[in-house]
Design a protein around this ligand. Structure first.
Ligand code: SPD
Length: 321
């Protein structure tokens, strides 16, 4: 059986229900059967017509259609628990460290002493967890539009969020509206949103980044997730965001990481800075001296930081003007 990204919760549940029940054969025997036992369930995220990503599932753990989106959690056969939003993979227990370490530490080490950090989205708590590994941090405001994401993470991703850390302030609001009204600026802003459909669409617009630059301190640094360079339907959004950052910030660029459960595996992120260059020697020195943080990381280190900004030619072409 196959669960596709385009099915509604009800349809998915119906499919699951239809696979366990009672079968009667013309009054001779009655068999109880559960196709879960003999037929693998699969989650498919199609990113190009019939091409996509397949993940083996054991069972559905959480499903809620909220005012914003469909939030689901599955137990998978290989990747631990998996969260999807509107049929798109957000995180799995097994590979989330790549995304969260890369989205967070590139910004946090580029800034010499980040104290106030704003996360837009990030309701699963993984980005906040990484941010709070930096001792200089005094306050983290995480603005998540959908309570269900935090609830699902608290219930089914116990190792991801550090929600009870006193430095973390979780606000259930629209991140775009929040950024427009920031009174005390932040040293770092991290955009940990979903894909550019539904409530996250505005996170790829120039107006939003205009407000972000105003919401940053004079040495402020921003990172954002910016989709896969292998998925052409994302190119317009990628161009929009990188051109906006180039217009607004003195320094900006793309960097890459490898996240197996995101479409095509290669994933891009943006780094924009008001003054500090992410590849400056001081940044690399800061990373190399941060043994306490680095010891606990599984993907990010100073070589990865530097190397992640090296872009293949076809990737450069996507965002060239
Ligand atoms: N298609 C994946 C887009 C990534 C969105 N963010 C994931 C949230 C993890 N904190």
């Amino acid at each position: 059986m196959t669960l596709t990204g385009s099915r509604t919760t009800r349809e998915r549940c119906q499919v699951i229900e239809s696979e366990s029940g009672t079968l009667t054969l013309t009054g001779l025997f009655t068999f109880h059967f559960s196709l879960f036992l003999i037929m693998p369930l699969q989650y498919n995220e199609y990113y190009n017509e019939k091409t996509g990503l397949t993940i083996g599932l054991n069972k559905l753990l959480f499903s809620r259609q909220t005012d914003y989106q469909l939030v689901e959690v599955y137990e998978t056969d290989t990747w631990g628990n998996l969260m999807t939003i509107d049929g798109m993979v957000m995180l799995s227990e097994k590979d989330e460290f790549v995304y969260h370490e890369m989205l967070t530490h590139v910004a946090m080490f580029t800034h010499p002493k980040p104290k106030r950090v704003l996360i837009i989205g990030g309701g699963d708590g993984g980005t906040a967890r990484e941010v709070m590994k930096h001792e200089s941090v005094e306050q983290v405001d995480m603005v998540e539009i959908d309570k269900a994401v935090v609830e699902a993470s608290r219930l089914h991703f116990p190792g991801v969020g550090d929600f009870d850390n006193p430095k973390l302030n979780v606000l259930f609001e629209d991140g775009i509206a929040f950024v427009k009204n920031v009174k005390v600026p932040y040293d770092v802003i991290i955009i940990d949103g979903s894909d550019p459909v539904g409530p996250a669409e505005g996170l790829f617009e120039k107006d939003f980044y205009q407000f972000c630059i105003e919401a940053l301190t004079e040495n402020g640094v921003l990172t954002a997730q910016t989709e896969s360079p292998w998925v052409e339907s994302y190119y317009p959004s990628m161009r929009k965001i990188f051109h906006a950052l180039e217009d607004l910030f003195p320094l900006s660029g793309m960097y890459l990481s490898y996240i197996p459960l995101y479409p095509a595996g290669m994933w891009s992120m943006a780094c924009a800075s008001k003054s500090f260059h992410p590849l400056h020697g001081d940044v690399i020195e800061r990373i190399n001296e941060a043994n306490q943080i680095l010891d606990g990381l599984r993907y990010y280190n100073s070589e990865v930081h530097t190397g992640s900004f090296a872009l293949p030619n076809f990737v450069k072409t996507i965002i060239e003007r």
